[in-house]
Write a protein that binds this ligand. Structure first.
Ligand code: AQP
Length: 326
């Protein structure tokens, strides 16, 4: 059976880009593949976090993933730091990736330009991400378009390790969705919607009050030519609304554009489609929030399942690279 793995950082509130670009596809994948999904708390540490907030965000994100439709009885849902093998394999990956490869990562350039404190881990983050993926003999990694470059690097590192030390890792493929792969900020449509971009009016949080979401979409930046067509290069704001509408209604952005001649109705229909998508998720989240102990129990079961796979692959890698068994 195909093995799928993906992760998400508890670095802030889950937004519509995370949902449409990644999580919604995971919900489908869990029924079609042997699926592993993790809350990647170690990745969140690449920027400075408040400890209490990190703990809360990690639990809350796990609950939100379940509210979005991940079923811990069907997939393996766990917290990255609960499986020790991730950090150990990350070191082997750091020893396999080159400095030049890491320096070419555009996400490092974007994030380090904006950060006051740039940790060494922000630079080596793709090595930890490679470890996350390779530890599970992953065939397919469903991610948004922003992760394409990191996935390519993971493949290169796996191929290099296999050719240096013998066949050890499965070389994974990226799976990037057709609609919703890159949801942009509503106020700065040339930037991707992001947890860490400080743009409250441009970001739609999955848990935002529904009235606020309607307002944010009504105030979304468009342009002055008044024409409705999907053309991200010259009409980024309108194209972003069309992508969101398309992803929420199961169509292509070109199909979603049909029939509109004015921005007002496009915004109203996009807001309604987003509200329809988020309403059941918000309801289910409220139920789950009442029982944090149950979520913690489910995560412990997930971590045990994940560790049993990860430890086996880590042992294979340790042996291949020449570490003395104890
Ligand atoms: N704007 C987006 N559109 C589509 N997909 C997106 N993803 C993120 N932003 C968009 C996808 O969501 C998954 C989880 O992302 P992550 O938590 O690993 O962090 P990220 O990619 O760095 O996303 P953020 O929200 O911008 O977080 P911060 O600001 O903390 O870095 C991934 O599959 C990603 O592709």
């Amino acid at each position: 059976m195909t093995r799928v793995l993906s992760g998400i950082q508890p670095s802030g509130a889950l937004h519509l880009g995370n949902l449409l670009g990644a999580v919604r596809n995971w919900v489908v994948d869990q029924h079609e593949a042997d699926s592993f999904f993790c809350v990647v708390d170690l990745h969140a540490l690449t920027s400075v976090q408040d400890p209490a907030a990190l703990r809360d965000n990690t639990l809350q994100l796990a609950q939100l993933l379940i509210a979005c439709g991940l079923d811990p009885a069907v997939c393996t849902l766990f917290v990255q730091s609960h499986v020790r093998a991730h950090t150990e394999l990350a070191w082997l990956m750091e020893c396999t990736v080159s400095f030049g490869e890491l320096r070419r990562m555009t996400q490092f350039k974007d994030k380090s330009d904006k950060a006051e404190f740039v940790s060494a881990a922000l630079f080596t983050y793709p090595a930890l991400m490679a470890a996350d993926i390779l530890l599970y003999d992953t065939d397919r990694v469903p991610v948004g378009d922003d992760q394409r470059q990191h996935l390519e690097l993971t493949r290169d590192v796996a191929i290099r390790f296999n050719s240096r030390y013998g066949d050890t890792f499965v070389v994974p493929e990226a799976a990037i969705p057709k609609a919703g792969a890159r949801v942009m900020d509503l106020q700065q449509p040339s930037n991707k919607m992001s947890k860490s971009l400080d743009s409250p009016q441009g970001t739609i949080g999955v848990l935002d009050p529904l009235k606020d979401i309607e307002k944010k979409i009504k105030r979304a930046v468009t342009d002055t030519d008044g024409e409705i067509r999907y053309d991200p290069a010259t009409k980024p704001g309108v194209s972003n609304l069309l992508s969101i509408l398309a992803a929420c209604t199961g169509r292509t952005p070109e199909q979603a554009a049909e029939g509109y001649t004015q921005y007002g109705p496009l915004k109203a229909d996009t807001a309604a489609a987003v509200v329809d998508t988020l309403t059941p998720i918000q309801r289910r989240f409220e139920e789950l929030r009442a029982d944090p102990a149950e979520t913690a129990r489910l995560l412990a079961v997930g971590a045990d399942k994940a560790a049993s796979v990860a430890d086996e692959v880590l042992g294979r890698a340790r042996n291949a690279i020449g570490l003395l068994p104890r």
